[in-house]
Design a protein around this ligand. Structure first.
Ligand code: AHR
Length: 676
């Protein structure tokens, strides 16, 4: 966040007007603004703890969020399985270097990996000498990755592949530009016929001598012979903790301090058909042995490098509670009858054992062999996604619920049925609530949970967003409505325990769903305004919610809330006031804080942060990644009357530095109200 760009003048104007026109109505005349008042009771006894889990993230494998996204693997279709198990098969996005006179490329089922038998067969017809000389640079295959590989000067990449041949091999492994003309890094792998007569793993480190964001990986040779290739991987060495997560995308997540991560979907978990749904067992173990699968909802292949283990690792690396969503025997188009669902129940129990079992248990042992002997902290599971209305949901749900509660009584289960307006007809710890709607609707839903019963399961707003015309590919308008909705969730956090925006990521080359929180390509990333809204709430989880009363007339479209939170970086406590002005007039908001000693708020060290833009439909882009982003200014003036200007179509947050020792216990005494 930059200091004092645009809002400095606004702040100055506001302070000037406040001190020159203590009489509010005169100030109104001059500014032509609407007015509102916010009374905050900051006394200790009126505060209510906000759940530690309130704000988190929902990661779905959609828009190439993982494959070609957070998962740093550069090769797409590394095992040649994406074309299906029948041969010959489509090797897309691999392509051939050379023509029919120099090379014949096909697939067969000769792989040494049992769960993914397809391998690539390369018959090299040309040679370095004789009548059929290979073209300069040789012949072979290349992989463009996911819309181009980002290869950066000075960085190292580990390339691994499996090879078999009837002859000695001399294979050149290189990163090149997309046309193959610029070589960024290259090495040769030479082996005798006896070394490669059986499938052999080859591994090389390539250091790039130049940068190209749209590179490809080439395996080429100028030596006649028959070569089989399989499981070709290229990973940057520089990933988060070496765990395989693309650093800058991981950082975008860490920056919003998610308290939980729901994964891996969404519809991705359900599948259009059960046969194409994500199955955790096929996504664990050595990467070479994972079969990969075609996600038929978002219509793309994943090699499942980002599998169940990696999701749990991601949660741990983020310090977030994992929330595993598993298939409950129901897809979009087919369902397992409740009488036959037990194998699916067992699959879920095995998955919990994989996460939590000790390393002597069957599945815990696999986790340990993958490098994590300690259990992962799995405490929440969601039984299906958006399946409440389906015929077999209740029956299947209860089978899962009973078995999980019996084996793991502490695990909290999440039902797909909305319990916000009437009680659930089945037991659950939490229920899913999803909402995708227009900006006006979502803003008005800041009251959605005001009348929800305080008894029974808690709400998990696991997917929310403004979509459609109002949102474009991530507008300020959408973000402001979401901010209003989140203020409502914060207010109702006695019944709403968790909330996450959806979807989280989009690779700009594969926009399956708009809008999304984080947009990236092979080398760039930015947050949409909706992402930045989540920034404003990252301190709310585990904070204290303060009673606040907003006085305004019906034409004033604002919502506001107040919390106290402790900043672990400076050890200080702050009162954070957040206000969304959803209307097109500016609003003069008078804030008074009660329940504190008069001098307990220090304006020096206090800040104001504003999210707004010149136009309501403004969006961020790779060119202007921070066109709509929060701007923070210091509140340096020691003004006793806090009358703040909320710009039209804006989200503003004030962090008022609080003297910790001076909290008062009494709250009702109006003489204690200190207008700051
Ligand atoms: O977030 C995109 C999709 O919306 C999710 O996969 C699904 O749960 C919902 O319908």
């Amino acid at each position: 966040m930059g200091y004092c760009k645009l809002p400095c003048s606004v702040l100055f104007l506001c302070l000037f007007i406040t001190s020159c026109f203590p009489n509010q109505s005169l100030a109104d005349e001059v500014q032509g603004n609407l007015t509102a008042k916010l009374f905050i009771d900051a006394s200790e006894k009126s505060g209510r703890p906000i759940p530690q889990t309130l704000f988190g993230i929902f990661f779905e494998e959609i828009n190439h969020a993982g494959a070609g996204g957070l998962w740093a693997e550069l090769v797409s279709n590394r095992g040649f399985e994406a074309g299906g198990s029948n041969i010959p098969s489509n090797i897309d996005p691999w392509s051939i270097i050379g023509n029919e006179s120099s090379i014949i490329v096909s697939t067969d089922r000769s792989s040494c990996f049992e769960r993914n038998k397809v391998a690539l067969r390369m018959e090299v017809l040309c040679n370095s000498e004789g009548s059929n000389i290979c073209p300069s640079g040789g012949v072979g295959i290349y992989n463009p990755g996911f819309w181009g590989m980002n290869i950066e000067e000075g960085k190292s990449y580990r390339v691994v592949f499996y090879v078999r041949s009837t002859e000695a091999i001399d294979i050149s492994v290189s990163f090149t530009s997309s046309d193959g003309l610029q070589t960024l890094a290259s090495t040769n792998i030479i082996a005798s016929a006896s070394d490669v007569s059986n499938w052999t793993k080859m591994e090389v480190l390539l250091e790039a001598k130049e940068t190209n964001h749209n590179s490809r990986l080439q395996l080429t040779t100028s030596k006649k012979g028959l070569i089989w290739l399989d499981q070709v991987s290229a990973m940057p060495l520089d990933t988060y903790k070496g765990h395989g997560f693309r650093n800058e995308l991981f950082q975008m997540l860490a920056d919003i301090k998610p308290q939980f991560i729901r994964f891996p979907g969404g519809c991705f978990v359900e599948g259009e058909w059960l046969r194409n749904a994500f199955r955790w067992k096929a996504s664990v173990g050595p990467w070479e042995e994972r079969p990969g699968h075609f996600g038929d909802v978002w219509m793309y292949w994943t090699d499942d490098g980002l599998g169940y283990f990696e999701f749990l690792q991601l949660a741990e690396d983020l310090g977030a509670s994992p929330i595993w969503v598993f298939n409950n025997g129901i897809s979009h188009n087919d369902q397992v009858d409740t009488s036959s669902v037990l194998p699916f129940v067992q699959e879920a129990l095995d998955g919990i054992e994989f996460a939590r079992g000790d390393s002597s248990s069957t599945w815990g042992a696999l986790r340990a062999a993958m490098g994590h002997p300690e259990p992962f902290d799995l405490k929440y599971v969601a039984i299906g996604n958006e399946d409440c209305g389906k015929k077999n949901y209740r029956g299947n749900y209860l089978k899962f619920y009973d078995a999980i509660k019996q084996a793991y009584p502490d695990i909290k289960t999440i039902s797909n049925c909305d319990g916000s307006s009437r009680p659930l007809d089945h037991p659950a710890d939490l229920y899913d609530f999803h909402v995708y709607t227009s900006a006006n609707n979502l803003f008005s839903m800041s009251n959605q949970f005001d009348h929800t019963s305080r008894k029974g399961p808690k709400a998990f707003v696991s997917e929310y967003a403004v979509t459609g015309k109002d949102a474009g590919t991530g507008s300020l308008l959408a973000a402001l409505a979401e901010a209003g909705f989140l203020i409502g969730l914060e207010k109702n956090s006695d019944v709403v325990q968790m909330a996450s925006y959806a979807p989280l990521f989009v690779n700009s080359n594969d926009r399956r769903w708009n809008p999304d929180a984080i947009v990236f390509n092979s080398f760039q990333v930015y947050g949409t305004p909706s992402y930045w809204v989540q920034h404003f709430f990252r301190e709310s989880s585990g904070a204290t919610f303060l009673n606040a009363t907003l006085q305004k007339d019906s034409s004033t479209s604002i919502v506001a809330s107040a919390i106290t939170w402790k900043n672990s970086e400076d050890g200080q406590t702050y009162i954070r006031i957040k206000a969304v002005n959803f209307g097109s007039n500016s609003v003069n908001l008078q804030i008074s804080v009660g329940g504190l000693d008069p001098n307990s708020v220090k304006l020096s060290g206090s800040t104001k942060t504003v999210l707004t833009s010149a136009n309501l439909m403004d969006e961020n882009s790779f060119k202007e990644p921070k066109k709509v982003a929060p701007i923070q200014t210091l509140l340096e003036e020691a003004d006793k009357e806090m009358s703040v200007l909320l710009l039209p179509h804006s989200f503003t947050s004030f962090d008022l530095l609080k003297e910790s020792a001076s909290l008062r216990i009494a709250e009702d005494d109006s003489s204690l109200k200190s207008a700051i």
